[in-house]
Write a protein that binds this ligand. Sequence first.
Ligand SMILES: [Zn+2]
Ligand SMILES: [Zn+2]
Length: 480
Amino acid sequence: MDQNKQAAIAAIDAKADLIAKVSDAIWDYAELSLMEEKSADQYCEALQKEGFQVERGICKIATAFSASFGSGRPVIGILAEYDALSGLSQKPGSLEREELVLGGCGHGCGHNMLGAGAMAAALGVKAYLEKTKTSGTVILYGCPGEEGGAAKAFMARDGLWKTLDAAITWHPGDANEVATGSSNSCIQTQYTFRGIASHAAGSPDKGRSALDGVELMNIGVQFLREHMSSKARIHYAITDAGGRSPNVVQPKASVLYMVRSNRVAEAVELQKRVDDIAQGAALMTGTTFEKKFIDGLADTIPNHTLEAVLYENFQALGVPAYTAEEHAFADALAKTYPSADALPGQGAKNDPAVAEKVKALREKCGHAMNEFLMPLYQGEAFTPGSTDVGDVSWLTPTVQIHVAAFPNGAPGHSWQNVSIGRTSIAHKAVVHAGKVMAAATIDLLEKPELLARAREEFEKATAEGYTCPTPKDAVPVVPD
Ligand SMILES: [Zn+2]
Ligand SMILES: [Zn+2]
């Protein structure tokens, strides 16, 4: 690793206390999607103090921001998230389920770390740009609502990501790896039916049931499932059944739908058929309905060129190392869930040869924290879940890494993840993620041929063009 890169890494180490403090503060705030006011403030203030040019409320989203440093091209975006999940309040560093705030929220997806690690990367790149006076800009993007609201997709609709030469992000995980593969596209829509209330026995002929509208819509979608791609998925939840009185004809009822398909263009087409079914249900029941767009996420386009750059830097920097005490805590935490023996990583799931290698690495490690780097895997990999990083990846070459922050096999969105998210293990993950992303960014700034190759691969992979799932006039909202 050359001197300039080493200096950037040293700059991150010098800020390790600040980075950990921010990660812990965001953990404490545990704010839900699109309500991350204190969290966004924390980042904006810290970055302003560090000399970044901060713009708040970008793309008309109150808790979104950008913080940039440097000038000219290339422009590299680093993506931060900071939203928590409801019902997951948990005492930190605990080995059992103990709520910190009754009914409170918690960082079960580790987004407190995600944002802080992204900030760490930006601080490292800033130090490099300052020292070398190289042409280039690093922009940290504060992206709210990953768990609902999907700010990155709204930013994609507004064309923001098109201005970047590349985007880099990470997610805390149970292994150290460069992520690859595709994810499902997902469109979320709330349908609210309105009818006429009346006495269900005395004057049923006067009533028009909104609940009937919801039920017939669900039945219509049930029949649709036979005639759609077997890879597509449609989920729903009745969020308002109209009340608790069977003897009242329900005047209002709501259902929340999620339409998923591997490619975003297919999801948009399937969504239209679901809309038609809602219309049919309203016609059948003499009700009306309103449609509220919640969010739309595209599938993810991998970029193998960028993956290789991240991998090379991951190899050079190694992985976080743990003390005996940290290992003991994570080993004990891993005993609280059933999936602790699963093989980690996308490669192990998709390629038996990789699975063999990962198995050997796990056995050699012997601990719940995976203290090794996963082999670089660039084969087929498909995650049925969805992320708004997908929308970024349709507009600029994009890459993601995972850094071990949770013990092996830890379930997503769990109290275990909240518990470990405010410990020294989490702090190590955050700082390390920052270093790998900063070192890779420096390569992209120094070697234009890498960005050119990444761009060429990106143009081929996205030749059909981005079908934006977010309507022109939609604004980020949470379901009622
Ligand atoms: Zn999540
Ligand atoms: Zn997440």
